[in-house]
Design a protein around this ligand. Structure first.
Ligand code: ZN
Length: 277
């Protein structure tokens, strides 16, 4: 059986995956609210959460499922609007889902996962992996750490209210084509070992993770295609070419070195690529 899967980059770690009339979205975030996050010294954690309905109208069509990797604003802030528009099933941790409940997403659409699940959907499967968010600085600091288990918390108002809430990676498989979304440098090597996706989505190198790129490529047995993700200035307009803010070029060089047989597929904002097997 041959399969064709088309991916389209919506900036940040936001991906639309379509195959045979089915659509899966990963971290659909298109509001690109200005927080100062990509300007040194300008980041404002009190920035109000705002949703750009026009962007959602323009860039989000239908969806069957939405996969949440973690609950930072640049991953989850638009999910309530996207879930409402599409009626899609949303996968995430208890904290991710509790934050979505607090922002008005109906319980009926929410599916709590923790890593280890393998689910059959109509036309594709989703396998969930535990992961960890990337850290920065010598004290290995995590942005907006925390969880919101138990009762539904107060509605998040500022971006700092969207705590990380655990991190997940996802293997999405349509027939012969599988795509591994591990947009975090802190992957769980021993759990990932042996997975061999057709397409691996990965982030640029981070000094806190020794040999991250060669280790990731070895753990996933040198996938045929590597796509860089979350490398743009995610506050700049999606209509403009992506600016390499988080080391896509550096990642490309390391991939070429560690995995010369893999094809490097660099997509710009709103560009698509079809993978077949
Ligand atoms: Zn992010």
């Amino acid at each position: 059986m041959s399969s064709e899967v088309t991916v389209r980059w919506l900036g940040t770690n936001a991906w639309e995956i379509t195959s045979d009339g089915t659509t899966v979205l990963v971290d659909p975030y298109v509001s690109r609210t200005y927080t100062g996050a990509t300007v040194p010294g300008q980041f404002n954690p009190d920035t109000p959460i705002t949703v750009d309905e026009t962007a959602i109208e323009a860039y989000i069509g239908t969806a069957d499922s939405i996969l949440v990797t973690h609950a930072h604003f640049d991953h989850i802030a638009d999910v309530p609007a996207v879930a409402a528009k599409t009626g899609a099933t949303v996968l995430g941790t208890e904290t991710h889902l509790n934050l979505l409940r607090a922002m008005g997403t109906p319980d009926a659409q929410l599916s709590q996962v923790g890593g280890g699940e393998l689910y059959q959907f109509e036309g594709y499967t989703v396998e969930v992996f535990r992961s960890s968010h990337g850290v920065s600085g010598k004290h290995k600091s995590l942005l907006f750490p925390g969880t919101r288990p138990g009762p539904v918390p107060a509605r998040p108002e500022a971006i700092k209210d969207l705590v990380e809430g655990g991190s997940l990676a996802y293997l999405v498989t349509f027939g012969e084509v599988s795509l591994f979304f591990n947009g975090l440098p802190s992957f769980h090597e021993r759990e990932v070992a042996g997975v061999r996706p057709t397409v691996l989505f990965m982030q640029g190198p981070n000094p806190n993770y020794p040999d991250y790129v060669p280790r990731m490529l070895a753990a996933t047995r040198h996938p045929p295609y590597i796509v860089p993700t979350h490398w743009d200035d995610y506050e700049a307009p999606l209509e403009e070419p992506a600016v390499d803010h988080f080391g896509a070029a550096a990642l490309g060089e390391l991939v070429a070195e560690a995995s010369p047989e893999s094809e490097w597929v660099l997509l710009d904002h709103l560009e698509s690529h079809t993978f077949s097997a």
